[in-house]
Design a protein around this ligand. Structure first.
Ligand code: ADP
Ligand code: ZN
Ligand code: ZN
Length: 734
């Protein structure tokens, strides 16, 4: 804490993490000398009955509040700001662009521990290097242990001490080598020292991509790496990262899913002997704080993380990579609703560094930005190494005999695949046993009492559960309505398919991957390992399977139900479905064996399927963009969605009517006002939901309206009686 002296006349302007769009005035804490206090330091303040960790933004000598009513701040928590001026500017921008209160936006930039006011203390890193004896020992001499040999070889190749964070994989071997006196703990090692273990010789397309991004280092540019699944995008990332590390700079790598981090972490660890950190929601607050601080203070060179890692301060920023840039998880769907991709680009612009976006199925926005020249387009059209592209088959299941969602021709294909000792992957985007329970006697259905939705049967847990609000009840044994009718499970979920497959293939190992089977910490990793080691014959699962995993022995991929995706009411539906098909298909035949993809459908002539399968994702994207252009939909227009909910249906309606009235008074120009309408799910968790969509061909006009509208909404008396939120550039209209 700074050395402080009393100074009570100055007013601290502080952003507090509360949903109010203004700063708060405080008097300096007792004994504080404001000279030298910089904007961006955390400061503890009283707020209502509680205390809050705010961020000091300015010190002025006047306040609109009466001086008697001003409260005194409690304590200054940082000597120096943890966020740089450029990062503060970015957060200000994000607050304005997303029309979200600055205090909450600033809080989002900090890890939980700092939000709670913990000290920003970076623990000392431990480093390990070789003793003279270790330098002279040949790895082969460690006859008993391959793991110890590998670690010794790694340290010898590194030529300098390695931080413990980079040795997590090697913990037992490290202990053994320490005991043998081959390794010793050392003072420190530079964070940027790196070894390229086995960079693969890049193929010509990869080389073009690598050279293009490397040429951008040191200045702002956005590159979109469109590479089919298995084309070696990760290899491109790694070779570019190597160059950034050589320049002594840091790299931030963002992934859509926690489940993808271990895989990438491992590949990076084998390649780079630098201090690398990860951050995601499965780590403890303490671990996340350390990861954050080690980037902020420059001790770590690479950070891998999910969406929230985006705001991590970088001491020596070099490059931001977003893998699977199309993935909707990059958009935060609650609270501060931001797009990690779009903010990453603005951040990189401010920092003067390049952004590399990668995907096999880039979002339509990014495709449009690419073809309009705003992004540099890089293309990897072929699979790397020996792998070839999978072949597609549309399986028309109309009038076909089915066994719990599996058609006979598909079952035959599974049989053939298993007979060759290869793995089959089966995708169904619905977890649980069946999406609804119904009474054959009276027609009763398992509805959620609090939502406009059905309760899903979870057979193993003997529960009915709502996937929207989480309510649960025991699975009824008799019909709650007529007490006599027979209860039936209607429709299919992964749990049910698993049961059917177990009955059909009793001697085969079936692994089910969905949110229910991977709840427990480490269980996903265990399953993935099992699949990789060939101890699984059929892999069955949801969304999770669509994301970046590498399953070399899978040669057959089946997507059971694509029809429900063909008729989505949200205009994003077809984009999502095309991405899903290509991504799931991409799990097939990634190694030497060719892969086959079977899509069960009752609409084999559907134009989306036709374009996608006969001409590929690019052609699909072009068609879809043409359609969006004609309909005046994003990216050819810009949207903001105002969502409102309350316990009584009239309240949100009155609120939105008042908002509409204000919009008319503000003269919205070219901004179209669509609604108010009930939300597609009109009731959720007991609340009635309504929404209002604003759309404009010009982003500027939309934001000009929002700039004037938001303060008026905050001031509206109806706004106190509802829960409302604004979603700028919404990704789904639910
Ligand atoms: P993507 O990230 O595009 O899905 P990966 O980088 O995971 O692709 O590469 C897929 C497979 O191809 C990996 O096993 C990888 O080691 C291999 N690979 C990548 N680049 C090359 C290359 N230049 N030569 C040989 N194999 C490669
Ligand atoms: Zn009944
Ligand atoms: Zn519910």
């Amino acid at each position: 804490m700074p050395n402080c002296e009393a100074s009570r006349k100055l007013i601290f302007k502080i952003a507090v993490p509360v949903p109010l769009d203004r700063l708060f005035d405080y008097l300096a804490p007792t004994g504080c000398h404001p000279a030298g206090l910089q904007p961006g330091i955390r400061i503890l303040v009283p707020f209502g009955k509680r205390t809050q960790v705010g961020v000091l933004l300015a010190i002025e000598d006047s306040s609109a509040v009466d001086s008697e009513r001003l409260k005194q701040a409690i304590e200054i928590l940082d000597e120096k700001p943890l966020l740089s001026e450029r990062d503060l500017r970015l957060l200000h921008w994000a607050s304005r662009y997303y029309h979200h209160p600055l205090g909450e936006v600033l809080a989002a930039a900090f890890p939980v521990a700092l939000r709670q006011g913990r000290p920003a203390l970076l623990q000392r890193q431990r480093f390990f290097g070789l003793t003279p004896q270790g330098l002279q020992t040949l790895p082969e001499q460690l006859r008993r242990s391959i793991k110890q040999q590998a670690l010794l070889a790694l340290l010898q190749a590194a030529g300098s001490a390695i931080p413990s964070a980079a040795l997590i994989e090697h913990k037992p071997a490290l202990k053994a080598l320490l005991e043998k006196g081959l390794v010793i703990e050392q003072e420190s090692a530079p964070a940027t020292r790196y070894v390229a273990s086995t960079a693969l010789p890049a193929n010509p397309e990869q080389q073009v991509a690598i050279d293009a991004v490397v040429a951008n280092l040191g200045r702002f540019a956005v590159s979109l790496l469109e590479g089919v699944t298995g084309s070696g995008k990760t290899e491109v990332y790694m070779q570019v990262i190597a160059k950034v590390l050589e320049q002594g700079k840091q790299v931030l790598v963002l992934l859509p899913e926690i489940s993808l981090t271990p895989q990438l972490e491992q590949r990076f660890q084998q390649r780079f002997a630098v201090n690398m950190v990860s951050t995601h929601s499965k780590l403890t607050d303490k671990q996340r704080l350390q990861a954050w601080l080690s980037m902020q203070q420059g001790q770590a060179a690479i950070m891998l993380g999910t969406r929230s890692a985006l705001f991590t301060p970088l001491k020596r920023p070099g490059l931001i990579i977003l893998d699977e840039e199309h993935d909707a998880s990059f958009k935060q769907q609650e609270g501060f609703r931001f797009s990690a991709r779009d903010v990453a680009i603005t951040r990189a612009k401010g920092l003067g560094i390049p952004v590399l976006l990668g995907s096999a199925t880039p979002s339509l926005e990014s495709m449009a930005n690419g073809s309009q020249g705003r992004y540099q387009l890089l293309h990897l059209p072929n699979r790397a190494g020996n792998a070839s592209a999978p072949s597609f088959q549309l399986l028309d299941i109309r009038n076909k005999r089915m066994q719990a969602g599996l058609s006979e021709p598909l079952l035959a294909e599974i049989q053939t695949t298993l007979a060759k000792n290869q793995q089959a992957l089966i995708f169904l985007n619905r977890r649980g046993y069946a999406p609804v329970q119904i009474c054959h006697g009276c027609g009763w259905v398992s509805r959620c009492r609090r939502c406009d939705a059905n309760l899903v049967i979870h057979a193993a847990e003997r529960l009915l559960r709502c996937h929207h609000c989480g309510s649960e009840q025991p699975l009824p044994k008799q019909c709650p309505a007529c007490k006599t009718g027979e209860l039936q499970a209607l429709g299919l979920g992964t749990e049910r398919i698993e049961q059917t497959l177990e009955a059909l293939f009793p001697d085969k190992v079936i692994v089910r991957l969905d949110r229910d089977t991977t709840q427990r910490k480490g269980s996903l990793e265990t399953y993935l390992e099992q699949i990789h080691e060939g101890r699984a014959d059929i892999i069955l699962g949801t969304q999770m399977l669509a994301k970046g995993h590498h399953f070399p022995a899978v040669t057959l991929v089946a997507i059971l139900d694509i029809d429900s995706g063909l008729f989505s009411i949200d205009y994003h539906g077809s984009e999502r479905l095309a991405q899903l098909i290509v991504q799931v298909a991409g799990r097939a035949g990634r190694a030497d064996q060719p892969g086959k993809v079977i899509l069960q459908t009752r609409h084999p002539q559907h134009p989306l399927l036709d374009t996608l399968l006969s001409q590929g994702y690019r052609a699909f994207a072009q068609t879809a963009l043409d359609e969006r252009c004609q309909a005046g939909l994003p990216p050819f227009s810009h949207q903001a969605l105002l969502r409102v909910q309350a316990g009584k249906a009239e309240v949100p309606q009155q609120f939105l009517q008042a908002v509409c009235q204000m919009i008319v008074e503000l003269n919205p120009g070219k901004v179209q006002v669509l609604g108010p309408v009930t939300a597609p799910m009109a009731r959720r968790a007991g609340l009635f939901r309504f929404q209002l969509l604003l759309q404009s061909p010009q982003r500027k006009e939309l934001h000009h309206l929002l700039d004037r509208l938001l303060p008026a909404i905050y001031a509206l008396k109806e706004s106190k009686k509802v829960r409302w939120s604004l979603d700028v550039d919404p990704l789904d209209l639910y």
